[in-house]
Design a protein around this ligand. Sequence first.
Ligand code: V47
Ligand code: SF4
Length: 384
Amino acid sequence: MPVPANVSFARLKDPALRAIGAKVASGTRLSAADGLTLFETPDILGVGHLANAANEAKHGNVVFFAANQHINPTNVCILRKTCVFCSYARLPKEAGAYRYTMDQVYAEAAANPYVREFHIVGGLDMGAGLEYYAEMFRGLKQRHPDVHIKALTAVEIAHIARIEKMSNHDVLVALREAGLDTLPGGGAEVFSKGVRATIAEKKLNAEDWIEVHRVAHGLGIRTNATMLYGHVESHEDRIEHLTMLRDLQDETGGFLTYIPLADHPDNNELGVTLGRQGTATTGFDDLRNVAVGRLFLDNFDHVKTHWIMVTPFLSQIALSWGVNDLEGTVVREKIYHEAGAHTAQGLALDDLLALIRGAGRVPVERDSLYNTLRTFDKSAAEAA
Ligand code: V47
Ligand code: SF4
């Protein structure tokens, strides 16, 4: 729920932001029209100030991070031809197609000594059904009993349900028994029918994506939410998307965090069609998206920046624009690197701490459910 925030009206140069500032100061929910104003005002610093005030009202000076490892077990995907923004997927016989054996998954999982979360997502592979993932999760929990498994987007859950002729509910129950802890927020893209028809024609539709998360929340499985921005969507589409997320959160309270995902246009059909190869979203748009997420999604506790997509430096600035979570040490990211991300594939703990401290914040290592594991305040750092 909205929390009253410490707003300085002198910092709002656009008069259109004053009424929104009054709502943020009193902890009043923003309307769709307010959301559009935030996307369209030229007063980008005013938007940042409001988002920072709302974030500090909830989290003070703390910034969370997590030690996580990405594992992408298969890039084979039946939607390879129709998700035109995706650079990662392959058809089964296409060059570069792969599906890990269990031993390959376990070897990759064992490669990094300090991991607290496996983030596992991949393509919609007809050869990777319920037993493939159930065996994987059981094996991972056996080898790493303390590591949290955040795996399979709503789109993948629905795919498994379809090929196994099961309900989403039963798939989630079976996977939870095998070791699944939470679901990541991918596959949401942009919910609007028009945008989906253009960039992800055959993907699970908005209502069904929401339904998988509703069922998960009903089972006590927490989930994340994303929005892929910076391609063909309008500001109205973004607000419609955020409104659907906010409505489900009002209903269930099951979302943990919101992560806006910046479109990467390299090596995919959408980037070629739009003539955007070699470019990415602008820094202004990246900052505006985290800020509007923080302000509009008043019932989400956490807003995360994915430094892999927007660079560590912009993520550091985002810590003053409403973000309270810098996605973790992230080992071996593949999906965005195939799409042109030039960032490293992992960040060392010291680099992450330096980024957070450099922004004047206190780094806190969290677990996957946002419980504090270690606080790196100055004295703790000196003692270490
Ligand atoms: O759904 C795919 C996106 C998502 C591209 O829950 C692309 O903690 C940009 O959801 N350019 C999967 N984006 C990743 C994801 C995620 C990431 C970090 C943290 C969490 C979390 C979830 O990646 C897909 C799609 O929206 N994606 N291709 C691309 N070319
Ligand atoms: Fe497949 Fe996901 Fe890529 Fe779409 S975005 S083609 S569902 S891997």
